[in-house]
Design a protein around this ligand. Structure first.
Ligand SMILES: *Cc1c(COP(=O)(O)O)cnc(C)c1O
Length: 428
């Protein structure tokens, strides 16, 4: 059974579920009855293993107090490194190239402070016009700290259609005055996957360093950062990785850069043997661990222990396969069931260019999302007109995807959305 043999029946959806090799993982998550969660790309759901890992950590605190740093199941002193090692297979990196630390935006600040070294006329940072605002704020403030006018030194490659960024346009903008390129792996609105391998090769041909924001790809698609020779990357762990609200983030630094001292130094970046010598001369770790700053937020790291175990068991290649099937199936149902209702599928059609969510555009998107919520379906809304639907491989089913489209059809035919104002809530 394959999504390509599509028929629009509930029976077909159930057959797909019966043949799904990952279906067992759903039972490991807390799924609310009568609710369909399609927002795992904003905040992944809690799993029983993540909950257990958090409770174990609290238990260790009770039991050991300060000695929890070195005792118990998961000594906290080594936890960031351990989680880096568990994350490495998801991004195609060696374990010493990955560390769980800080947050997305803080890690970006760290990496820019470390790798943005304007010299001569090479002073610019190249980004894209559709990136997440926090990344852009960080880049502009870093330029300012270097005494550069952010408006003149941040080049944002424009989208031709408001949805996608053409790799050719990015490459054309890699001019002699660019020091650094920062791009998302997957665009957060349209779900476009950028060709990271090609972009890295083209940047390096021009002696430009390149780093990626992997927030919308980690846990959803495989990466080969080491093989592609990507210089660095950073991400959050609360979206597809289900690490919980405000989970500690992660970063990758290519081993060839290990000698570069962190731009923002702190004692948790120390060589672990030396850290408690408490000297005023900083001896950084010789791995990606050097780019940590202060004491890790242990309670916001702990759930990841349980969560990442599940990714290791499921295998990121299998997760990607199922995710592509789920989004393909959703697109086929939309095409079949929601005709003449002014919906536009705004994500790439090709598997290689499509991330983990479907980006459904509609002029009434804000209030259609509210109507979906009233019907027990959790999407998210991105202004001005996008309904993001993320069927997640580890816990969503084909039957749920089928139901979402049936509900959308009813919402539209009954004009249920007219009850609501077409504006976003405070957290959309
Ligand atoms: C979710 C997301 C962030 C969030 O950054 P935080 O520092 O974790 O708040 C940043 N960039 C992108 C592309 C994201 O999708």
């Amino acid at each position: 059974m394959n999504v390509e043999d599509f028929v629009p029946t509930l029976d077909f959806a159930r057959k797909l579920d019966n043949e799904d090799a990952l279906s067992g993982f759903r039972d490991e998550f807390f799924i609310k009855p009568d609710s369909i969660y399609m927002d795992g790309n904003s905040l992944g759901l809690l799993s029983k293993r993540a909950e257990r890992a958090l409770l174990d950590t609290i238990e260790a605190w009770k039991e050991y107090g300060i000695d929890g740093w070195t005792k118990g199941k998961q000594p906290w002193f080594f936890l960031s490194e351990k989680l880096g090692e568990m994350t490495a297979p998801l991004i195609g990196a060696a374990r010493e190239e990955v560390i769980a630390c800080s947050s997305t935006t803080t890690n970006l600040h760290q990496l820019i402070a470390t790798f943005y070294k304007p010299t001569g006329s090479r002073t610019k940072i190249l980004a894209d016009g559709l990136n997440f605002p926090s990344d852009i704020y960080a880049l502009k403030s870093q330029l300012q700290l270097h005494g550069h006018d952010p408006d003149a030194h941040l080049i944002c490659v424009r989208s031709r259609d408001g949805r996608f960024i053409e790799e050719d346009d990015i490459i054309e903008a890699m001019t002699d005055d660019v020091a650094l390129v920062i791009l998302p792996t997957v665009l957060y609105r349209s779900g476009q996957v950028l060709d990271m391998k090609r972009l890295t090769a083209e940047a390096h041909k021009r002696n430009i360093l390149i780093g990626f924001d992997a927030c919308h790809s980690i846990g959803a698609i495989p990466h080969s950062f080491s093989e592609w020779d990507v210089d660095f990357a950073y991400w959050c762990n609360y979206k597809y990785l289900n690490g919980g609200p405000g989970a500690v983030g992660g970063l990758y630094v290519n081993r060839k850069h290990f000698e570069v001292s962190p731009g923002l130094a702190g004692w948790f970046g120390s060589n672990k043997e030396k850290q408690f010598d408490l000297e005023h001369t900083f001896t950084p770790a010789e791995t990606a661990a050097a780019y940590q700053i202060g004491t890790p937020h242990v309670l916001s790291l702990a759930p990841l222990i349980g969560s990442l175990e599940m990714f290791a068991e499921a295998g990121i290649e299998n997760i990607r396969l199922k995710s592509l099937q789920l989004t393909r199936y959703l697109m086929k149902l939309i095409e079949h069931e929601l005709t003449d209702l002014d919906f536009v599928v705004g994500n790439p059609q090709e598997d290689s260019r499509r991330g983990g969510h479907v980006s459904l555009e509609h002029d009434e998107a804000a209030r259609i999302c509210k109507a979906l919520k009233e019907n027990g379906i959790v999407p998210d809304f991105r202004a001005p007109n996008i309904i993001r639907l993320a069927p997640v491989a580890l816990y969503n089913t084909f039957e749920e995807v089928w139901k979402v489209v049936q509900v959308l059809k009813v919402i539209m035919s009954e004009k249920q959305y007219e009850k609501f104002a077409n504006e976003r809530d405070i957290v959309a």
